[in-house]
Design a protein around this ligand. Structure first.
Ligand SMILES: Nc1ncnc2c1ncn2[C@@H]1O[C@H](COP(=O)(O)OP(=O)(O)OP(=O)(O)O)[C@@H](O)[C@H]1O
Length: 245
């Protein structure tokens, strides 16, 4: 599949063990689109993002995504920083899809990593252990890694959580830049004002799609209420699918 191919979902169902997380998701993320994935806690947003990244098995339906062309920013809470690596080490990991696990990195690649750290406002932080960084600084390091990955599809799971307003503004500028470069960007977000201001498309999820399309239409009061009610009514112990596709 070409790297600028769309991400297409056809009646996708995702489960955790025998428990359903998301079902009946059908639609397309167009190449170059900038989409927010919104919805209540537990709506299945992270599970869907991980499935798109190829990290979660699709139980039913079809999901076509340009494999190998994606960069994923996981939720900060899912990351352990208590290991002895430097900021530069973390950023350098962004090279491995192209460099492979065994080739030594070239000077140009190291230079690129240092430049990425400077771009996110962390010039000179290369040798700092990641365990010594604030939450916002660590998020900047992860954005530097995304810069180095240089992927045509970028998946962000709650990228602005636990960061201050200035950091969020700086990181949002990178999201705008990626969109301007024609990359496909999907971001799981809770801040509806931010979504309305910055994201032209939204997928509103409550285990299944409540709306998917232009943000102003999708985030209507009626849809938000429906998402909340669907989420509250969800039975965690229900079978993976209780209705036909
Ligand atoms: N590793 C797991 N094992 C079992 N169930 C899980 C696992 N991860 C998520 N779930 C369940 O799957 C459902 C969807 O979770 P998911 O994290 O995808 O939702 P979310 O919309 O991203 O939530 P939040 O906004 O709180 O981050 C929830 O009921 C959750 O408890």
């Amino acid at each position: 599949m070409s790297v600028n191919a769309p991400i297409t979902l056809s009646n996708v169902t995702l489960t955790h063990g025998r428990h359903p997380a998301v079902h009946h998701v059908s639609g397309v993320f167009a190449p170059g689109s900038l989409t927010a994935i919104a919805g209540p806690n537990g709506a299945g947003k992270s599970t869907l993002l991980r499935a798109i990244a190829g990290l979660h098995k699709v139980q039913e339906g079809c999901l076509h995504a340009p494999r190998g062309a994606m960069a994923l920013l996981p939720q900060a809470a899912a990351m352990d920083r208590q290991f002895p690596v430097s900021c530069l080490d973390v950023v350098q990991l962004g090279h491995w899809p192209r460099a492979g696990a065994f080739r030594a990195l070239r000077p140009a690649e190291r230079h690129q990593s240092e430049a990425a750290l400077a771009t996110v406002g962390l010039d000179g932080f290369g040798r700092r252990p990641v365990g010594s960084l604030s939450a916002g600084q660590f998020q900047r390091v992860l954005f530097a890694r995304l810069l180095v990955q240089d992927a045509p599809v970028i998946l962000l799971d709650e990228p602005f959580n636990a960061v201050d307003a200035r950091t969020a503004t700086d990181l949002l500028a990178l999201v705008r830049r990626w969109h301007g470069e024609g990359r496909t960007v999907l971001a799981v977000l809770h801040d509806l004002d931010l979504i309305r201001a910055e994201f032209p498309e939204t997928l509103l999820l409550a285990r299944e799609p409540v709306g998917w399309g232009p943000t102003a239409e999708v985030l209507s009061a009626a849809n938000r209420l429906r998402a909340r009610m669907m989420s509250e009514a969800w039975d965690e112990a229900a079978p993976a699918c209780d209705r036909a596709a």
